[in-house]
Design a binder for this molecule. Sequence first.
Ligand code: UDP
Length: 254
Amino acid sequence: MSETVTILGVAVDGVDNAEMLDQIAQWVDARRETHCARQICTVNPEYLVDARRDPTFAAVLAGADLRVADGAGVLWAARRAGHTLRERVTGSDGIYRISERAAQRGWRVFFLGAAPGVAARAATILRERYPGLVIAGAYAGNPTPEEWPAIAGWLAATQPDILFVAYGHPRQDFWIAAHRCELHAAVAIGVGGAFDFVAGVQRRAPAWLQRLNLEWLYRLLREPRRWRRMMKLPVFVWMVLTQREDTVDKVTPF
Ligand code: UDP
């Protein structure tokens, strides 16, 4: 049984990767029961700081169907409060796992976002890796209202089961929340820079750095322009260490 751990006011679902895949499978099987796409948010410390500061982002997270623990800092904060989130459930790994399951089950997958050509490249690489993967479409687009009619047209025409959205945090999550009942998809998940990693546009931190919980440092060194965003990490640590005991996490059954 999975737990939900509330960290800085955000309820993070304690699913592991296998449970997330099973949940997605349930939603795809039941897609005719609901018109609106299920939304998955990959929560890292930046999400939690932003949710504290911006009630509209907190509302997006609260309204999502699944909030998975993407960042090592999220696992640390849960541990500090005496709860265990079993493993990181990231968009960057999730794109492989979900594509693998999609190829086995015949789910139609749409790749939306990143720079022109990157979504199509990522889709092709994943189809080579998981033969049989059905690519409903790949389109860069962007999250502006001007682009919506074109994207809506693609989605209506292709009716994907899974929609990967790579518009980065927080735009991708706002965008999915705003459009979730018009996406013609069963499940929509914001995957940040995952297309860049799959397509080889950016390199992901090596596994040993990920194990040391230093993926953020690798990303900062490779993309120094992220330093302003990364400043939220010490803010996160400060927020977790200083929050009052009575506002600390509570656990409810998933
Ligand atoms: N991106 C995009 N449109 C935008 C902003 C960002 O397609 O308007 C893409 C960008 O090309 C990259 C991805 O969003 O592939 C992730 O961006 P970032 O690294 O900032 O997101 P994070 O992984 O930190 O959420």
